[in-house]
Design a binder for this molecule. Structure first.
Ligand code: SF4
Ligand code: SF4
Length: 68
């Protein structure tokens, strides 16, 4: 089953991946990382991930990895 991981210490919470995901899997979480950014998490129905990689492609900080 496809899935993603988000490296919270690379993420700056910009939200680009949230807008990019057609399945609305990614949201901003409720905890901050070492730099004080509230970061993206894949907590909204992650089983719906298709592995399309749109989120990873748009992330300017290369924080997202896609596993197919
Ligand atoms: S790989 Fe595609 S479906 Fe999965 S979280 Fe990223 S944008 Fe959404
Ligand atoms: S696009 Fe990258 S840096 Fe921006 S919120 Fe998503 S994972 Fe974080």
């Amino acid at each position: 089953m496809p899935k993603i991981t988000i490296d919270s210490n690379l993420c700056k919470g910009c939200g680009l991946c949230i807008d990019a995901c057609p399945k609305e899997i990614i949201v901003i979480g409720d905890s901050s990382n070492d730099q004080g950014y509230f970061t993206a998490v894949n907590s909204n129905n992650p089983d719906k991930c298709t592995g399309c990689a749109l989120c990873a492609e748009i992330c300017p900080d290369i924080a997202i990895k896609v596993f197919k």
